[in-house]
Design a protein around this ligand. Structure first.
Ligand SMILES: NCC(=O)CCC(=O)O
Length: 332
């Protein structure tokens, strides 16, 4: 559609920007607390939290405090919370068996949230990195991240999370074939209602640094993730991945990181029209927080502007550490 514009002065585009009422009338994009998924970090212990220095305002929470956070999310109108476990280095192993232990910290948090706030959708993370001795998302054999053996482990992890009541599984590992393998296993084990929000276009990004501090992976990670996460130079490849994940049974797809990849969000939404999410990752959060703490940016304003940008780029929702703060500002 080509907009019609009369010649000046018949057309003065500033007319509709003249007052708050006129601006509200012609606003094209909306942002509400229902657009957010709130990622939270869970750690062992009771009634405690531990601030994450590289993510000002974000703390790791014990399971009981995650349950409290879920009640807060519910009160604010945030529909979903996403759980990430913190694992100390000494608890990481080569076989990653803790990943599918029904009593690992993430699975205990899923159950606690379902108990405390049954109206909230619980999303999980599926990848081996929180449990892996070398911080990689897959098993490492002779220096290589192996695909098929990793997928078998991820399926076990998915089933354990589904058994604990997870509503949305978030495979973030970028192995090939994992969506199909999980979907088949979920169907055959009676978990037909469990949704998959696939981390489909997940780029090998330097913006994940603070997250690795948060989950205890910074010291653990050996090498990088460039043999499985996407090359930041690529865009067509993201569309092939979306097509593949949808064909394998993903219900929703994600682009990650967010702000530097809004072009990908727009292409994905325009090409497929499926529920599309973006992850405003830890580094994006840290940049905005650090600049606002220094007085270089207006924190609340850049937060809201950045979140609106995701919606304008076609995203149906945003995983963001700003979720509670933004929801409060929106009057949630
Ligand atoms: N699998 C989840 C992540 O890698 C999150 C990254 C971030 O927030 O930086």
């Amino acid at each position: 559609m080509k907009p019609t514009v009369a010649p000046f002065p018949a057309a003065r585009l500033r007319r509709l920007r003249g007052t708050p009422a006129l601006r509200a009338m012609v606003r094209e994009t909306t942002l509400t607390p229902a657009d957010f998924i709130w990622p939270v970090f869970v750690m062992d212990g009771h009634d405690a939290e531990e601030p994450i220095p590289s993510m000002p305002g974000v703390s790791r929470l014990t399971v009981d405090r995650v349950a409290k956070a879920a009640r807060r999310a519910e009160a604010l109108g945030i529909p979903a919370i996403c759980i990430f476990p913190y694992t100390p280095q000494e608890a990481r192993t080569e076989d990653c068996a803790m990943a599918w232990d029904p009593d690992n910290i993430a699975n205990r948090a899923i159950r606690a949230v379902k108990d405390a706030a049954p109206g909230i959708a619980v999303m999980t993370d599926i990848a081996l990195d929180p449990y892996n001795i070398n911080g990689q998302d897959g098993y490492v054999e002779d220096g290589e991240i192996v695909n098929d053996r990793t997928v078998e482990a991820l399926v076990k992890m998915a089933l354990a999370q589904a058994a604990c009541g997870a509503d949305i599984l978030g495979p973030s590992d970028m192995m090939d074939g994992r969506i199909g393998a999980m979907r088949t296993a979920l169907e055959s084990e009676g978990y037909q209602k469990v949704a998959i929000l696939s981390y489909t276009a997940k780029y090998a990004s330097a913006f994940y640094g603070p997250f690795r501090d948060a989950v205890g992976a910074s010291g653990a990670l050996k090498g990088d993730k460039t043999t499985y996460q996407m090359d930041p130079s690529n865009s067509d490849e993201a569309l092939r991945l979306v097509e593949r994940d949808l064909a394998e049974g993903a219900d929703m797809i994600m682009v990650k990181p967010g702000m530097p990849y809004l072009d990908i969000c727009r292409r994905v939404k325009d090409s497929f029209g499926v529920p599309t999410f973006a992850y405003q990752v830890s580094g994006e959060y840290a940049m905005l927080k650090a600049a606002s703490q220094n007085g270089w940016l207006d924190g609340p304003k850049v937060m809201m502007e950045s979140l609106m940008a995701f919606r304008r780029a076609g995203c149906d929702g945003i995983l963001t550490y700003f979720a509670p703060e933004a929801a409060e500002l929106l009057g949630g």
